[in-house]
Design a protein around this ligand. Structure first.
Ligand code: NDP
Ligand code: GDR
Length: 358
């Protein structure tokens, strides 16, 4: 992996998960806020999926590199070739709902994947600073709210277990080998690069689809959801990238929570998203019969489908990010309404282009 000679002396950051949400947001952040060289890692897949990478693929300080978290040799090769100063691991099988369907793959990618990254660093680049992408899902079946760093790990899904395992692997490697490794605990964060299976993006994409149908006086399928009473602490992913970078650049490695410190239900997200598109609606009914209808009309916008319930649910996640705000000076720019607005408007733009382009 070679760069032009004059760029060789710059610091180097290896970012994994560059086709997902946080990976490309981190690359954008680093290219804007530092003069470092950024290597974005992707795995080989049958279909090219670089749509989230368009803003930086041609940047001369960016290079796409290939490896897989389930292939330790590929990570060793990358770390030896690049000799990164920072290794930010955002790659994961990150969809909680799917983690019951393929638990072995989730543990292999997320937990063993973290171990493989740590081993590559220990053996080939021990001065490299490592970030592990921890999750509020580690809190799981919560004892109290808001959750702080002292909350015990009580995961409710194979995904949650994989992240708890990563957390303790990072701790063991930090303490045993004096590696600068941190495992940030990040509550839900969303945005215009969010995957379409996650509830926020699923909602905003459906809002755009239904808005286009209503504008053309066409019929439409209502949005189908699972547990709409679920309570989450949602933020904008772009805000969290600065927090991750602050964690990586402290004097001594200390772990922090990143969260908005506010909670909202899935129902509230739905109401606000439709309202943002100019479609005010009302929730009515209970359980499987609960529906979201256009105000004063009988058109159903959203309804419950049992298929989207999970074998185990985390009812509430509510973070306490006071420590990173006070100690490292981190603060978010986007509010919950800002987030919903950005996501809805982005999906409306995409839907309009699809509808009107030849
Ligand atoms: P995404 O699901 O959007 O992205 C995951 C990325 O990991 C994709 O680029 C995917 O590549 C890649 N990946 C999956 N398996 C492998 C593998 N075996 N080898 C290499 N790459 C792989 O996740 P997010 O960006 O939302 O999240 C980033 C990290 O933060 C994840 O670890 C997630 O678990 C964690 N997290 C996320 C939160 C959130 O709310 N977004 C909250 C807390 C933690 P491909 O495109 O090829 O599938
Ligand atoms: P989560 O995000 O599980 O919190 O994990 P997701 O958006 O999938 O679910 C949030 C909540 O909404 C409920 N829900 C639905 N979820 C989906 N995906 N689809 C539906 O139709 C639906 N209906 C209701 C869910 O049951 C859940 O309660 C995300 C991921 O980014 C993880 O990688 C990350 O670690 C955590 O956030 C913090």
């Amino acid at each position: 992996v070679q760069y032009k000679y004059y760029l060789k002396m710059k610091k180097k950051v290896l970012v994994t998960g560059v086709t997902g949400q946080d990976g490309p947001n981190m690359v954008d952040y680093l290219l804007k806020e530092t003069d470092y060289l950024v290597y974005g890692m992707t795995r080989r897949s049958s279909n090219i999926n670089l749509s989230n990478c368009e803003s930086f693929l041609n940047n001369e300080r960016f290079q796409l590199v290939y490896a897989d978290l389930t292939d330790g040799g590929s990570l060793d090769r990358l770390v030896q070739e690049i000799q990164p100063d920072y290794f930010i691991n955002f790659a994961a099988n990150s969809f909680v709902g799917c983690s019951w369907d393929m638990p072995e793959h989730v543990m292999d990618t997320n937990a063993m994947g973290t171990l493989r990254c740590l081993e590559s660093i220990r053996r080939f680049q021990p001065k490299c600073r490592f970030y592990s992408a921890g999750s509020s899902e580690e809190m799981g079946d919560v004892d109290y709210s808001p959750q702080d760093k002292a909350h015990p790990p009580k995961p409710r899904s194979p995904y949650g277990v994989s992240k708890v395992a990563s957390r303790f692997l990072v701790k063991v490697y930090r303490e045993s080998y004096d590696i600068f490794a941190v495992h940030g605990i990040l509550f839900n964060h969303e945005g215009i690069r969010r995957g379409e299976e996650f509830v926020t993006r699923k909602i905003t994409k459906s809002v755009a689809r239904i808005k286009c149908a209503l504008d053309r006086d066409e019929s439409f399928q209502p949005l189908q959801l699972g547990n709409v009473d679920s309570i989450r602490d949602w933020s904008d992913s772009e805000d969290f990238m600065a927090g991750v970078w602050l964690m990586l650049n402290q004097e001594t490695p200390k772990e922090y929570i990143l969260s908005s410190n506010e909670t909202h239900t899935v129902k509230e997200f739905v109401s606000l998203a439709f309202q943002e598109a100019g479609i005010p609606g009302l929730w009515s009914g209970e359980g499987l019969d609960e529906k979201f209808r256009i105000y004063e009309e009988n058109k159903i916008l959203a309804e419950i489908n049992e298929e989207f319930y999970r074998p185990g649910e985390v009812d509430i996640l509510h973070g306490d990010s006071a420590p990173i705000r006070e100690e490292l000076g981190w603060s978010p720019r986007f509010s919950f309404p800002d987030l919903v607005k950005r996501m809805v408007n982005n999906d409306l733009e995409i839907a309009k282009k699809r509808t009107f382009s030849p």
